[in-house]
Write a protein that binds this ligand. Structure first.
Ligand SMILES: O=C(O)CC1=CCC(=O)O1
Length: 93
């Protein structure tokens, strides 16, 4: 199943710079592992914001929740999920 996900990152302004660097590095590694596995096929920065639009390709809502709640930055994110269905006018092939 495909999901459109918006993630807004809201790290505390007073977060220790070393802790910030460490959690962002873990986030990068976590997302790259999922990208290589084909579960995170699209990742776009929203221009001018510390936020992204992503497309996640996972089995179901439960796997989506597991992926999102496993994000190192999950405690510092606002997340909006939109499940995607096939559009009848889409040309395929
Ligand atoms: O920087 C972000 O938008 C948060 C994020 C999600 C995956 C990643 O590598 O960073």
């Amino acid at each position: 199943m495909l999901y459109h996900v918006r993630m807004d990152v809201r790290l505390p302004a007073d977060l220790d710079p070393g802790a910030r660097e460490e959690i962002v590095a873990r986030e990068k590694e976590y997302s790259r592992r999922l990208q290589r596995a084909g579960k995170w096929p699209q990742l776009w920065r929203i221009a001018g914001e510390y936020a992204n639009f992503s497309i996640l390709d996972v089995a179901d809502h439960d796997e989506l929740h597991a992926v999102l709640s496993g994000l190192p930055l999950f405690p510092y994110m606002d997340i909006q999920v939109t499940p995607l269905a096939a559009h009848p006018s889409k040309v395929t092939g």
